[in-house]
Design a protein. Structure first.
Length: 82
C-alpha cells in the first residue's frame, strides 16, 4: 500500500509543485486504476493504519476528505541492513 501512495505522491508533486494535501478521491481513483477493489472508507482505514504504524508522516482530515502529508519526508526510508 505504502509504495502505491508514495508513487501517487511523487506524481502529484511533480504535476502541482507540492503535494502536502491529497484528496481521498484522488487516491481512490489511483487505487482503482492499480486494480485494487476498495471503497473510499476502506482506503481511509488503510491510510490511518499506515500513519499509525509510522510508514507515512501525516494526518487524515475528514472535514476536507484529504490526507495532509508532512512537508519534509512524508515517506520514511528504510535503511538497508547488511
Amino acid at each position: 500500500y505504502r509504495n502505491l501512495f508514495k508513487r501517487a505522491y511523487l506524481c502529484i508533486k511533480s504535476a502541482r509543485g507540492q503535494a502536502t494535501r491529497i484528496s481521498l478521491s484522488d487516491l481512490h481513483t489511483i487505487a482503482v486504476a492499480a486494480g485494487w477493489d476498495v471503497d473510499q472508507e476502506e482506503l481511509e482505514c488503510i491510510l490511518a493504519t499506515l500513519i499509525q504504524q509510522g510508514y507515512i508522516k501525516g494526518k487524515l482530515d475528514p472535514a476536507r476528505e484529504a490526507v495532509m502529508l508532512s512537508r519534509t519526508a512524508p515517506f520514511w526510508r528504510e535503511k538497508a541492513t547488511v
